[in-house]
Design a protein around this ligand. Structure first.
Ligand SMILES: C[S@@+](CC[C@H](N)C(=O)[O-])C[C@H]1O[C@@H](n2cnc3c(N)ncnc32)[C@H](O)[C@@H]1O
Length: 229
């Protein structure tokens, strides 16, 4: 008879395998520990409306893990171009309970991840997760993204806002000239893309994602600042 923890671990391993992701035992354990933290603190911090552990696994963990290979590819490209040799920085906007920011920090230890949220207790939860999961590359930031001006190489979001609001509000945090936005979306957001200001930003890739155990459309919209005229 499997305990619930063993069943979750087995589902996570099979999802990671289906995604073709290579993760160490320590990374798998940290993902499970993060899931346990989310469950434990959800009632106090109101981190997510998803309450069942198995639903949290598919809707949050595997959903976020689906973006890890694309992120790793982009990071390798940047490093190949000689960008970020001193450490790459990623900002996860409206990170809430740390999705996808904490998952990125676990899976990409070479990337320094900041999770920003306007709600103080959510930023505090991320700080707590960084300590509990022993992730020196993770930090929670309590702020409105509009106020951030430090440069980040990648600015991500999931379930945050329209593409237009996302890029407008986080414009000051995108490093010039190579910084990009990584927006996790459901089905191909044609209308939101059409509403973007072409003089300001350019979508350079819409990348479909397959989430194991989730029969739903997902994609990453990759955006960069438009080249200065
Ligand atoms: C729907 S939640 C998404 C949470 C998480 N990304 C996820 O996928 O589960 C949106 C989050 O954005 C935060 N938020 C809203 N406006 C913001 C802003 N201007 N700057 C930073 N965070 C913001 C909210 O507090 C909330 O936690």
């Amino acid at each position: 008879m499997h305990t619930e923890t063993e069943a979750l671990a087995a589902s996570l391993r099979s999802g990671v395998h289906a995604l073709g992701l290579s993760l160490s035992e320590l990374q798998i354990q940290r993902l499970l520990d993060f899931l346990a933290l989310l469950q434990k603190w959800n009632k106090v911090y109101n981190l997510t409306a998803v309450r069942e552990p198995h639903d949290m696994l598919t809707h949050h963990l595997l959903d976020s893990l689906a973006a890890v290979s694309p992120l790793r590819r982009h990071v390798a490209e940047l490093l190949g171009r000689g960008v970020g040799q001193g450490g790459l920085r990623l900002l996860d906007v409206g990170s809430g309970g740390g999705l996808p920011g904490v998952v990125f920090a676990i899976c990409c230890p070479e990337v320094d991840v900041s999770c920003v949220d306007t709600v103080g207790k959510k930023a505090a939860f991320i700080q707590q997760a960084a300590v509990t999961l022993a992730l020196p590359n993770l930090r929670g930031v309590h702020a409105r993204v509009e106020s951030l001006t430090q440069p980040f190489d990648v600015v991500s979001c999931r379930a945050f806002a329209s593409l237009s609001d996302f890029v407008t509000w986080s414009r000051g945090a995108v490093a010039a000239p190579h910084g990009v936005w990584l927006a996790m979306k459901g089905k191909h957001p044609a209308e939101e893309m059409a509403a973007l200001d072409a003089a300001q930003v350019q979508v350079f890739h819409v990348e479909p994602l397959q989430v194991p155990g989730l029969d739903a459309e997902r994609c990453i919209v990759w955006i960069r600042p438009a080249a200065a005229g």
